[in-house]
Write a protein that binds this ligand. Structure first.
Ligand SMILES: Cc1cc2nc3c(=O)[nH]c(=O)nc-3n(C[C@H](O)[C@H](O)[C@H](O)COP(=O)(O)OP(=O)(O)OC[C@H]3O[C@@H](n4cnc5c(N)ncnc54)[C@H](O)[C@@H]3O)c2cc1C
Length: 312
């Protein structure tokens, strides 16, 4: 039996791939998306999205994800559940392994996103989105004049703690060992410490996130062997990202964080394979940009397919 070669296979069905699928299917480009978790990706598990343009009052993440899915399906996108574990270049087409089965495609869009690393302490999962957060740009504005704790001591933790001072009245920066952020950031951080906006707690391991009436109210830590509790209204965790790129390690060029490198057309190091959204090196980790990149990738895919036809 000959296996059909699809015009485009999209890996992941988060906002970026769904937006790309709206564009490709509207132009009758045969499109299938493989999703191993939840259609809508991270957006679908976000309580409220307040910064996606076009929704003046904000929109529930799940609602936004459902609308994106409906729009992509209206034009003919096929959404299948499946875990993509391998990608190979076979000259005139690519092969993807989905749940052990081979799927062939002329072009591929990888939009598998990135997961935030967790600290795995009691309260973290329970109060996710209700006081425990991983994105300052997304959720910082909910904490105007409130007290926050920021967990982490790397570049992203320091950068996000500084950003959060725009909203929060005070931030306890909980650092397990020493601050590992760049010299420039550490210099900037000192100014906020001097102003009393941020207090750095080195040698501090976060042990539990506690809540009162279902809302985060404090964080329990161990500071150099001494148990302490800080009263806070929210906890932002920045202990690194885990891009969903294990299945292309050694196949595509990745940056030092494991994110996929692309050129200006969002094409990866393998011709005909594109990447967009949170999995892409340089991503801003925002829904609006993931959607915008999905649209751009779709247009680049159209050009690539046209070029393939011209060559025939
Ligand atoms: C709690 C939280 C709140 C947020 N709030 C906001 C906000 O308010 N505003 C904002 O702009 N952004 C927010 N974000 C960020 C936003 O959700 C992401 O930037 C956006 O979802 C990225 O879209 P994406 O399509 O690139 O990736 P994702 O949404 O991560 O989707 C990728 C999809 O690919 C699937 N996948 C991964 N690997 C495979 C594989 N091997 N095979 C098949 N499928 C695979 C995943 O299951 C996932 O569904 C928030 C994120 C979180 C976690």
């Amino acid at each position: 039996m000959t296996v059909k070669i699809r015009d485009v296979v999209m890996v992941g069905a988060g906002p970026s791939a769904l937006a790309a699928a709206v564009y490709t299917t509207r132009e009758d480009i045969d499109t299938v998306l493989y999703e191993k978790g939840v259609v809508g990706g991270m957006a679908a598990i976000t309580d409220k999205v307040d910064n996606y343009p076009g929704f003046a009052e904000g929109i529930e993440g799940l609602k936004l994800a459902e609308e994106l899915q409906k729009q992509a399906e209206r034009f003919g996108a096929e959404i299948e559940f499946g875990d993509v574990t391998e990608l190979r270049d076979e000259g005139d087409h690519k092969v993807l392994v989905v749940d052990g089965e081979e799927v062939k495609a002329r072009t591929v869009l990888i939009a598998t996103g990135s997961d935030y690393n967790k600290i795995n302490v009691p309260g973290e999962a329970e109060y996710y989105g209700r006081g425990v957060h991983y994105c300052a740009t997304c959720d910082g504005a909910f904490y105007r004049d409130k007290k926050l704790a920021v967990v982490g001591g790397g570049n992203s933790a320091v950068q996000e703690a500084i950003f959060l001072t725009r909203f929060a009245s005070h931030i306890d920066l909980l650092v397990r060992s020493e601050i590992k952020a760049s010299e420039v950031l550490q210099h900037e951080l000192k100014e906020f410490v001097h102003e009393g906006k941020i207090t750095i707690h080195k040698g501090t391991t976060t042990e539990e996130i506690l809540a009162t009436d279902g809302k985060v109210s404090s964080v329990k830590v161990n500071q150099n062997g001494t148990e302490k509790e800080f009263k806070v209204d929210g906890v932002f965790v920045f202990v690194g990202l885990k891009p969903n790129t294990q299945f292309v390690e050694g196949t595509l060029d990745l940056d030092t964080s494991g994110l996929i490198k692309t050129d200006a057309m969002l094409e990866t190091s393998m011709p005909g394979v594109f990447a967009s959204g949170d999995v892409r090196s340089g991503a801003t980790m925002q829904i609006a940009s993931a959607v915008g990149e999905g649209a751009s990738a779709a247009l680049a895919i159209r050009e690539y397919l046209n070029e393939l036809k011209r060559k025939k």
